[in-house]
Design a protein around this ligand. Structure first.
Ligand SMILES: Nc1ncnc2c1ncn2[C@@H]1O[C@H](COP(=O)(O)OP(=O)(O)OP(=O)(O)O)[C@@H](O)[C@H]1O
Ligand SMILES: [Mg+2]
Length: 370
């Protein structure tokens, strides 16, 4: 099943702490040169998965391969991976050069070779002019590059990064994301990157593994995951602002299939209607992204599908984000353009679904596929 060419491969890996499962049945392949992001909420098992790959934890079950070799019984130091943590853990009393060459010195690499390797990596990270400085004399971004240089200098098979940007301020974080993506492209390195920030995940990753409750829910490109989330959890977690998810009853009447909830009802498009007839599902979760809902004042047209009252209007850059309370009680977020600036808090409005609708089984949360 596992392809021999993967840089890192997990096969049915589980990890229990006492009787509590932290990772369950994780199967994942990271290809050489890939930027793989592990994304999920706090406590879902991201760090545990990274530590299993690094060898800092032993799996309770399953097989871990690095560069095609089974490493379950291999020491962390012999796994040929480099871990980059949130705090870069540079040695404060050593110069940048000393910091970078540290792993080479501890492997007794001869001086001439050491200098060649340090200068090569310093060149590719634009650190040549900083080699004589101490960490305290560097900016946050420069420190991060030194930490990366120290990891890169010994050419590991994969880099494991656990929220490495989380203690930087917002502006620097955006710059560092860009630097890391550039560096990845330039050096062709394999990165497994942990974050709980879905914006970070979708902007940086070639692919994302979404994790919840110790289980990998979906692995795919950012587009795959955004366009076809496999379940309601992924649908609600990836996307900013989150997808609106409304639980509705399925009502068949003649040729028409309606989704109804708390007194409101709207007709489903033909393809989804056919799907629901076939599946015989009685209750669904209807998911719609905020930009796929249109909004009009109640008295303007009178043809909307759902009545609602405006609770809050936020101006976010080029869009208005309008939070509405449905007659039935639930909230719906709508991203509208500037032409909707006549809509104010307290207005009665009508909402229509104009874009893609995602349907999930209300009982299991699984996506309903044709
Ligand atoms: N050494 C341990 N002993 C017992 N339980 C642990 C241990 N380490 C982690 N856990 C539990 O395993 C689960 C996963 O923890 P993990 O640190 O992997 O989460 P995470 O996704 O990295 O979260 P965060 O985003 O907050 O860092 C949590 O429920 C946590 O309490
Ligand atoms: Mg963690």
């Amino acid at each position: 099943m596992a392809s021999a060419s993967a840089a890192v491969a997990l096969e049915a890996v589980s990890k229990w702490y006492d009787n509590v499962p932290a990772i369950q049945d994780a199967t994942l392949e990271v290809m050489p040169g890939e930027f793989m992001v592990l994304l999920g909420p706090s406590g879902c098992g991201k760090t545990t998965l990274l530590r299993l790959i690094a060898g800092l934890e032993n799996p309770s079950q399953g097989v871990i391969r690095i560069g095609g070799r089974v490493v379950n019984d291999v020491d962390p130091k012999d796994r040929d991976v480099a871990m980059v943590f949130q705090s870069y853990a540079l040695y404060p009393h050593m110069t940048v050069r000393r910091n970078i060459e540290f792993p080479l010195r501890s492997r007794h690499v001869p001086e001439q070779e050491r200098n060649r390797l340090v200068e090569e990596v310093a060149g590719s990270l634009q650190l040549e002019k900083l080699l004589g400085r101490k960490p305290a004399q560097l900016s946050g971004g420069q420190r991060q590059r030194v930490a990366l240089a120290r990891a890169i200098v010994r050419r590991p098979l994969a880099f494991l990064m656990d929220e490495p940007l989380s203690n930087l301020d917002a502006q620097l974080r955006i710059e560092m994301r860009a630097e890391l993506v550039e560096l990845h492209a330039k050096l062709g390195i394999t990165i497994i990157y942990v974050t709980h920030d879905q914006v970070e995940a979708t902007t940086m990753g070639n692919r994302i593994a979404v994790i919840e409750g110790g289980r990998i829910q979906q692995v795919g490109t950012p587009q795959d995951i955004y366009q076809r989330p496999v379940n309601a959890f992924v649908a609600g977690f990836v996307g900013n602002p989150p997808m609106n998810i409304i639980e509705a009853k399925v009502e068949l009447s003649g040729d028409v299939v309606n989704a109804s909830f708390q007194g409101a009802s709207f007709q489903l498009p033909a393809d989804l209607a056919t799907l629901l007839r076939k599946k015989e599902v009685s209750s669904v979760l209807v998911g719609v992204r905020p930009q796929d809902v249109s909004i009009v004042k109640e008295d303007t047209v009178g043809m909307g599908q759902l009545r609602a009252k405006v609770s809050l209007v936020e101006s976010v850059g080029s869009v208005y984000r309008i939070i509405c309370r449905l007659d039935g009680g639930g909230f719906v977020t709508v991203d509208a353009y500037r032409d909707k600036r006549e809509i104010r808090t307290g207005d009665m409005v009508e909402l229509s679904i104009t874009g893609d609708m995602h349907l999930f089984d209300a009982a299991s949360g699984e996506r309903l596929e044709p």
